[in-house]
Design a protein around this ligand. Structure first.
Ligand code: NAG
Ligand code: NAG
Length: 357
């Protein structure tokens, strides 16, 4: 009797595990076939070779790019080189990245930048928030951007136990932000187990100097986060559910879920067009290829646009799909005027002219 029960329990566990693994393969795009979509006028950005994981564009068309991410299990073309923040002036006819100098006193050797966000105060001061992983930890660095010197002045480094595996960030004032944790665990092996089992234990944290709190939880790899142009809604990418969550910001900074939109791709970063409110998603269509990197069979790139995200009937369209022959492992897409910029986890960056037709 006891043996039969044990056997039944074991079979049930195996069935659950098999189901979880199959679902994971599905969510990682293992079985996907790619139909290319490539706008006519695309060019690589000069000076970006080691990643452009996150990109944020200032109102006058200066793009800040985080480059050189080193992350457990992910490939890097420059594993021994520190990460950088690059600047690209989108008003130029040919786009070229230059490295921003970082003020003295900041440890540039261990700089490992990931998510980026900016906040501009009433005086026009530009604050740049950077998720950084020195020595496998998670910190948030706040810098002041000095355009005239192409430099970043380090203001503050934030560490907090609730900010234990930070992926992306959205600044809501000069010293407060919302951030996603892409894992519940901090230890690398436990992270892998969490990933394989498909646990939905990731969170979103609100941080200000006077208060730090978890404001949403239950995500299966919480990734990109951003805010609507009116500052009322937060958008969160739940990568391994292929969902975008829309949440309203309350006066006490907590979040109230509004709705969830299924986008059919493992969304990485989310960028919001300040003019139209459209949400742009960069993603890797076959995520498993990010982990088992092969130059002959590289990870591809996908860009998805969501129009009218707050309406009853949002429109979700694929704008760019490439099998990695041009651009490997997209992680972010954003627009400035008629230019679409696409960044990648560890590869180059592309821009395409989007002529409204
Ligand atoms: C924060 O505000 C929301 C909505 O107004 C409310 O439901 C919630 O209870 C508040 N939470 C706290 C901790 O005050
Ligand atoms: C990617 O697509 C190009 C055509 O766009 C094709 O020539 C190439 O063989 C494809 N590569 C892989 C790895 O499928």
């Amino acid at each position: 009797m006891a043996k039969a029960v044990l056997l039944a329990v074991l079979m049930a566990l195996l069935a659950v595990l098999a189901y979880r693994l199959l679902d994971l393969c599905n969510k990682l795009g293992v079985f996907r076939e790619l139909d290319p979509i490539e706008p006519a006028n695309c060019h690589l950005i000069k000076g970006i070779e080691y990643g452009s994981e996150d990109i944020t564009i200032l109102p006058e068309g200066l793009a800040l790019v985080s480059s050189g991410l080193k992350y457990p299990l992910l490939h890097s073309f420059a594993p021994d080189q520190p990460g950088q923040i690059l600047l690209v002036d989108l008003n130029k006819p040919v786009l070229t990245a230059v490295e921003l100098k970082i003020s003295r006193g900041f440890d540039v050797e261990s700089f490992n930048p990931h998510g980026l966000s900016t906040y501009i105060d009433e005086d026009g001061t530009v604050y740049v928030f950077v998720v950084n992983h020195p020595q496998h930890t998670s910190t948030v660095n706040i810098f002041k951007f000095e355009e005239e010197h192409n430099s970043l002045i380090h203001l503050k480094t934030i560490r907090h136990k609730l900010l234990h595996s930070v992926n992306d960030i959205v600044a809501v004032s000069s010293d407060s932000f919302y951030a996603t944790n892409d894992h519940y665990f901090s230890h690398d092996h436990l992270k892998t187990l969490e990933f394989v089992l498909g646990l939905s234990w990731c969170s979103v944290v609100y941080y200000s100097p006077s208060e730090v709190k978890e404001v949403a939880t239950g995500f299966r790899l919480a990734n990109g986060i951003n805010v609507s142009p009116d500052g009322r809604y937060i958008f969160i990418a739940e990568t391994l559910a292929h969902d975008i969550h829309i949440m309203e910001i309350n006066p006490n900074n907590t979040l109230t879920p509004v709705k969830t939109l299924h986008v059919g791709t493992a969304a990485d970063n989310l960028e919001v067009d300040p003019e139209t409110g459209d949400v742009w998603i960069g993603s890797c269509p076959i995520v498993s290829k990010l982990f088992f990197y092969s130059p002959e069979n590289p990870p591809g790139s996908e860009v998805t646009r969501i129009e009218n995200i707050l309406s009853k009937d949002p429109k979700v369209t694929q704008v760019y799909v490439n099998n990695g022959s041009v651009l490997q492992g997209a992680s972010v897409a954003t627009v400035y005027e008629e230019k679409l910029l696409i960044g990648t986890v560890f590869h180059k960056a592309l821009y395409c002219e989007l002529h409204s037709s």
